[in-house]
Design a protein around this ligand. Structure first.
Ligand SMILES: Nc1ncnc2c1ncn2[C@@H]1O[C@H](COP(=O)(O)OP(=O)(O)OP(=O)(O)O)[C@@H](O)[C@H]1O
Ligand SMILES: [Mg+2]
Length: 320
């Protein structure tokens, strides 16, 4: 028998006054309880599917990043080779131009000088030479940016890292900000103040998930303030005794007092469908608890919010 039904039957039997006339009410309450349980199951089911999907997308992204890393390196190396080669060709071109001028002063050299000058003009060397360094600088910068993003995604996804190891949280902050850039770049500038913090024993993949959510929440809060000028998110790391504290500060809308007690509740959200599911802080809270740390916040309506993520340096075991 289903435990829920058994519980209800036991309760009904324990009440000596359960007359046949009470049965409709009993069935109604049973129906309500079963419906509620079915809803919880559906939700857990949906959550599980979403988690599996996210994990699959993460693995896919990590795989793609891994595959992109090598060709991006080729392109970068080739670009460097081309840049130095072109610099040499340019040096040769300058000598050739000077020699052409010298030849022009020698009698009987008119024909070769004319040919050389014509060729130089056809190649548009005067136009090309001054523009080449800038073109290479732009291409190199682009490749470096793609390379940094690819490396950040690779590091961020940690597809197979399951164990808890001493981890560099400053680096985790940097990769998180690179990967999540698209989420905040239109609304906020990000500043970091990363202190000299020791490696922290943690599951880095989970901690970066928490950081992403804090940064995305900050960006949403700033977007909601609807100011003309961009807002600011400041991420700091600092050592505090046997803990490391990461803070994420925004100058967004702040959290209203009536909302504050609920923000860590699973599925509590003030955002419309598609923008938030209300799972971010619930998961973050669970992750930080598992690590023996604490996740707290301070907020002022209309001014902004600061979340503090405190983690024991030695990990959950040391914290206990
Ligand atoms: N920095 C912040 N400023 C203002 N409000 C915030 C901030 N962070 C969280 N909140 C409030 O807390 C609620 C819960 O946040 P949480 O991250 O758990 O869910 P979500 O962002 O709504 O959705 P999800 O993270 O699942 O996409 C948000 O809907 C928002 O109302
Ligand atoms: Mg969120």
């Amino acid at each position: 028998m289903h435990p829920l039904l058994a519980r209800h039957l036991a309760a009904a039997q324990a009440t000596p006054t359960t007359a046949p006339s009470d049965w409709p009410a009993f069935l109604d309450s049973l129906d309500a309880a079963l419906t509620a349980e079915a809803a919880v199951r559906d939700r857990i089911d949906a959550e599980l599917r979403l988690a599996q999907k996210l994990e699959a997308v993460g693995q896919l992204a990590a795989g793609i990043a891994h595959e992109l890393n090598t060709p991006i390196q080729y392109v970068g190396d080739t670009l460097q080779f081309l840049e130095s080669s072109v610099a040499q060709i340019r040096a040769y071109g300058l000598v050739a131009a000077a020699v052409t001028d010298e030849l022009a002063r020698q009698p009987g050299c008119e024909a070769p000088v004319a040919r050389l000058r014509e060729a130089a003009e056809e190649a548009d060397l005067e136009y090309l030479f001054p523009r080449l360094p800038e073109a290479f600088a732009r291409a190199t910068e682009g490749v470096e940016r793609v390379g940094a993003l690819v490396r950040a995604v690779k590091e961020f996804a940690h597809p197979d890292e399951l164990e808890v190891v001493p981890s560099d949280l400053n680096r985790a902050v940097e990769t998180t900000l690179t990967v999540a850039k698209n989420e905040y770049k239109y609304v906020a500038r990000v500043r970091t103040e990363l202190g000299a913090v020791p490696p922290v024993t943690c599951h880095l993949g989970q901690i970066t998930q928490v950081l992403v959510n804090l940064v995305v929440n900050a960006a949403h809060a700033i977007a909601d303030a609807r100011r003309a000028e961009p807002g600011e998110i400041v991420v700091r790391t600092v050592r505090d005794g046997s803990d490391v504290v990461i803070s994420v500060e925004d100058d967004g809308v702040g959290i209203p007092p009536e909302v504050q007690p609920r923000i860590f509740d699973p599925f509590f959200t003030t955002k419309e469908v598609g923008r938030g599911t209300g799972q971010g802080l619930a998961i973050a809270h669970a992750v930080v608890e598992r690590h023996g740390g604490a996740l707290t916040f301070s907020t002022e309506l209309g001014r902004g919010t600061t979340f503090l993520l405190r983690l024991p340096i030695g990990g959950a075991v040391a914290a206990r």
